[in-house]
Design a protein around this ligand. Structure first.
Ligand code: AMP
Ligand code: GLY
Length: 436
């Protein structure tokens, strides 16, 4: 079959790498892709949310399936766009309808959904400009730090965690005053949960689901989780505290109620669900007993995570496209998944200055010296002479296997150090907090 994957980051290179290994795939296109996806398929110069352009390409090329990488086209309704159009309706889209994508597109909707279905999450209330004073009063009932979330999509920047009440009141006013445009016309204020984060992924056909390998990502720019947030500096899979018992809690309390809740609400959901979880430990428990903790949902995403996808795809065995066919045909329950027992660690090479200002277009050298790692491209481009240059803040994801996480990290580090571009930076402590 001919498959079109939408998106252009490290997540999409990892998905493309896995899809390209499928015996089901005759041809893989990526729109718009990057220099890495060009190695495993053919890049098409179309934006992931150019629905009319995608329509024309899908029809002229005879595409049999569309897989959506990022959230934007889903929130804008690409799955509905296909189902409404008689010439596209028979082509499956792996990704939820716009109604389903509200799980990510509206924090207020997601919180209400969890409340309706008894899914554990932080206590919250939602406020608008009209209810600013009530919002401030609600803040006074909470303990520091304060968590404020813009309701709508803000490219990962819409969550503020502030240490004092005075700051929280100021930020609430600024958010409702248009700090994130219309995305912060409503603001969710919620209780702060203290614990260890874990990302859990499922693929669902709307009734049944397959749980994929779990992962943990590292968002801060600096060693020891310090400094500003980024799009992700690395990831590890598996997560040691996500034991069979802990994952059973996640499945019973969170995954199954979510899938059933979507169905009960008549929401068409066929695609990935990313559960951003906080493992909250019992009072006084130490990290050695982290599997005794209780999972809470911090956020839903309606796509895979980045840079989690890089390690998740490394560990997913078998044919991903067979699972996609299960999603499309509604017989996912009959398909099987298996995980590589090895650990995988991903170390992200980023541009100097990121997540602040950084330069692009630096030549990348040393890719041929990498041994025993898979390198996924995130922000790269092919220059006019065919060489690979930097084209973003997050540039390359260097991913390795190991018998355990420590060994995988060492291999990823070794290879990360072999790749060079001006001002490149990477963290050397990915996973150390949970692997030691
Ligand atoms: P989100 O965009 O919802 O993933 O939020 C960004 C980050 O903020 C999360 O990955 C968490 O690290 C943190 N966060 C969000 N909500 C909470 C909360 N209720 N308690 C503690 N940390 C949170
Ligand atoms: N790694 C977090 C995300 O993709 O949103």
């Amino acid at each position: 079959m001919k498959l079109l994957l939408l998106g252009s980051g490290g997540r999409e290179h990892a998905l493309a790498w896995k899809i390209a290994q499928s015996p089901n795939v005759e041809k893989l296109f990526i729109a718009p892709g990057n220099a890495g996806t060009a190695e495993v398929g053919m890049n098409i110069a179309l934006k992931a949310d150019d629905f009319e352009g995608i329509r024309a390409f899908v029809l002229s090329e005879g595409i049999n399936m569309v897989v959506v990488g990022p959230e934007d086209p889903l929130v804008k309704g690409i799955a509905d766009f296909f189902r409404r159009d008689s010439s596209l309706a028979s082509i499956p889209v792996i990704g939820p309808s716009a109604a389903g994508a509200r799980l990510e597109g509206s924090k207020d909707f997601a919180k209400g959904f969890m409340q309706r279905h008894g899914i554990p999450t932080a206590a919250y209330r939602t406020f608008t400009r009209q209810t600013l004073d009530e919002g401030k009063a609600f803040l006074r009932t909470l303990k520091a730090p304060y968590v404020l979330k813009a309701d709508g999509l803000c490219a990962g920047k819409g969550v503020l965690i502030v240490p004092t009440l005075a700051e929280a009141e100021r930020e609430l006013e600024a958010m409702l005053g248009g700090m994130f445009g219309s995305a912060s016309d409503s603001v969710v204020i919620e209780e702060y949960l203290s614990g260890i984060e874990c990302s859990v992924f499922v693929l669902t056909d709307g009734r049944d689901y397959k749980i994929l390998p779990e992962a943990k990502d590292y968002k801060r720019i600096g060693e020891g989780d310090t400094g500003p947030n980024t799009g992700g500096m690395g990831s590890v899979s598996p997560v040691p505290f996500a034991s069979a018992g802990w994952m059973q809690k996640v499945e019973d309390r969170i995954i199954r109620p979510t899938i059933n809740g979507l169905r009960e609400e008549g929401i068409d959901y066929r695609g990935f669900i990313f559960f951003g979880l906080m493992n909250v430990l019992p009072e006084g428990a130490d990290k050695a007993h982290a599997s005794d903790g209780d999972p809470y949902v911090i956020e839903y995403n309606v796509r895979m995570g980045d840079p989690e996808t890089e390690t998740v795809m490394m560990r997913l065995q078998g044919d991903l496209v067979d699972l996609f066919k299960g999603v499309a045909q509604g017989d996912l329950a009959r398909r099987s998944v298996a995980f590589d027992p090895r650990s995988a660690v991903c170390v992200m090479l980023v541009s100097g200055g990121y997540p602040g200002h950084y330069a692009k277009g630096y030549p990348i050298s040393g890719l041929a010296d990498v041994e025993g790692s898979v390198v996924f491209h995130a922000g790269t481009a092919l220059s006019a002479d065919g060489s690979i240059v930097t084209n973003g803040g997050r540039v390359l994801a260097v991913c390795s296997y190991g018998a355990d996480g420590i060994e995988a990290l060492a291999a990823a580090q070794r290879n990360a150090a072999r790749i060079h571009f001006t001002d490149r930076y990477f963290r050397s402590d990915i996973g150390k907090d949970i692997l030691d």
